[in-house]
Ligand binder design. Structure first.
Ligand code: ADP
Length: 528
């Protein structure tokens, strides 16, 4: 083992070598990555810090099944070597597959990649961690099943990974954690638990009724380090007879307020039942043309260039993308209700595309709303036109026009101060919006990369002062974000760590994830 290989604190290179040899005897030598390009793939591809070892794994191990996972846990517990679980490790912009605690061994579950079952009548699937949205979509297509997946912006990620991180998509099943039903989890002590109705030996409703009997645990395993999820049920959307995908363009920056207030009414009344997307002009423009066509200088794009771009590309300053699914006559009526509600906004422009259930739209955004996975998130990397990367700031926003305008003004001003465009938008889910701002930069060691990290931290502190919190965080700021949820001297984190210590006394599962540290590693907490 090379002397400079990252190791977990307090573990000698001899101990680590013995652990990795034991891992090799469980999963086979080719399924342990110890160095080189294979191991480099487990570093954060979009790291804001150049060549940094803060989040560097010592190795990666790829088990094939639950028994191997249990055997790995026995070794890890005995040696107190931490494992960082990923399903496919595509958590780009938040750290990729890299671990929070340097020297952890990445437990990569991509070889557990079976779609175990799909029921067309009751509209659910049961999958393993290595199944991506592309895989599940292909499986449904191959079998000719009239069911849709709800893809997030990048279809290559794992269904389980995205759901556990509480990711979201764009159809009526856009709240992924809410569409989850039933889990199989391996605990740190090797015990295998099936949640809810799955605990019945001959189960019939594991994937139908989440609560089961007694305390309900599924939510405990989302954004947490309490277990290794090896199977998960999810509800799928029955393919609709027809759908409409509409775009509404708003001319002015401050139209965001009326847009959000009107949309909230339409979502709470049930007229729009999916996750509608509000894109700022720059995010809308990405993928249509590169930034350099309007501005190639230092700092954020000036207002005059944004206005020129908006005119030349014929896009709105804000662009609302929504979808209606169901019977063709009903959705036509709903479309009219939607357009009537927004017609009061001066300068508003409407387009709507009508599809039969089996049609396949071509554009990436429309495809996502039609349940077809794409890689639309990556169009943001074309914006700068070189080897780009991004980190995301994702504050939760009340679905109130005043809050949306306030968050937007705050983020835009702070981003400009650090030399970044406002590349952002909101995903609307009724009572709340997911506000996502991407700080896009040329890859480290470019100085703008480090500035992106600094900007993220400044934004989190601004947001907190205004009463907002993030729903997810990059590895860099997991502790900082957790500390912001500080009611009663941090009672929430105290509870999380009490549970952590009860379930994982040796602290082997993903230490530091979401700011939750086991007793053994608590001194590693850092607010950076
Ligand atoms: P994706 O590839 O879908 O983006 P990842 O595999 O990167 O998702 O997982 C995102 C995060 O979710 C991981 O960093 C990890 O903390 C958590 N996670 C992923 N899969 C599991 C799992 N099977 N069990 C427990 N936690 C998981």
């Amino acid at each position: 083992m090379a002397a400079d290989t990252p190791r977990p604190p307090g573990i000698s290179s001899g101990e680590l070598s013995r652990v990795l040899a034991a891992f090799e005897s469980i999963v086979g030598i080719p399924n342990v990555c110890r160095s080189g390009a294979a191991l480099a793939a487990y570093r954060d591809p979009f790291a804001p810090l150049p060549g940094d070892d803060t989040f560097a794994p010592s190795a990666a191990v790829l088990p094939a099944n639950v028994d191997e996972i249990r055997a790995l846990l026995r070794v890890a517990n005995a040696a107190r070597v931490p494992l960082w679980t990923v399903s496919t490790g595509r958590n780009f912009a938040y750290g990729g597959a890299a671990p929070r605690l340097s020297g952890s061994v990445v437990l990569d579950l991509q070889r557990l990649n079976r779609v175990l079952d799909v029921d067309e009548r009751l509209a659910w699937a049961l999958v393993e961690p290595g199944v991506s949205y592309f895989d599940l979509y292909a499986h449904l297509r191959e079998r000719g099943l009239a069911l849709w997946v709800d893809p997030p912006a990048s279809g290559w990620g794992s269904v389980i990974g995205n759901t556990l991180e509480r990711g979201f998509g764009y159809t009526e099943y856009g709240d992924h954690a809410a569409a989850q039903c039933g889990m199989e989890v391996v605990l740190a002590n090797g015990d295998v638990v099936r949640t809810g109705m799955g605990a019945l030996d001959i189960g019939t409703a594991w994937t139908l009724y989440r609560p089961g009997y007694g305390p309900s645990f599924d939510a405990l395993f989302t954004q947490s380090n309490y277990g290794i999820v090896t199977k998960m049920g999810l509800w799928l959307m029955p393919a609709p007879d027809a759908y409409v995908i509409g775009e509404i363009q708003f001319a002015h920056e401050d139209d965001l307020g009326v847009l959000v207030d009107t949309l909230r009414g339409l979502q709470l009344s049930g007229t729009i039942r999916q996750h509608a997307v509000i894109e700022g002009a720059i995010r809308r423009a990405a993928g249509l043309a590169p930034r350099a066509r309007w501005y190639d200088g230092e700092g954020a794009m000036p207002e005059a260039s944004v206005a020129r771009m908006q005119r030349e590309l014929d896009i709105g300053r804000w662009n609302l993308h929504y979808a209606l699914y169901g019977d063709a006559e009903v959705i036509e009526l709903q479309r009219r209700i939607v357009e009537r509600a927004f017609a009061k906004v001066p300068g508003v422009r409407f387009t709507a595309r009508r599809y039969a259930g089996k049609d396949e739209p071509q554009g990436g955004g429309d495809r996502n709303m039609a349940g077809i996975p794409s890689m639309s998130a990556f169009r943001m990397l074309d914006w700068l036109g070189d080897d780009g990367a991004h980190v995301d700031f994702s504050p939760l926003c009340p679905a109130d026009g005043r809050d949306a305008l306030r968050q937007y003004a705050l983020v835009k001003a702070r981003a400009a101060e650090y030399g970044f465009d406002y590349y952002g938008g909101f995903t609307a889910a009724g009572r709340y919006l997911h506000h996502v701002f991407a700080a896009i930069f040329p890859r480290a060691p470019h100085p703008q990369a480090a500035r992106a990290g600094d900007l993220l931290r400044a934004l989190m502190s601004d947001a907190r002062a205004a009463g907002y919190g993030v729903y997810r965080s990059h590895l860099l700021y997991m502790d900082y974000a957790a500390a912001q949820y500080s009611f009663n001297d941090g009672a929430l984190l105290r509870l999380a760590e009490t549970v952590k210590d009860a379930l994982d006394p040796q602290g082997v599962l993903s230490p530091g994830k979401q700011g939750v540290w086991p007793q053994a590693w608590r001194t590693q907490r850092g607010y950076t």
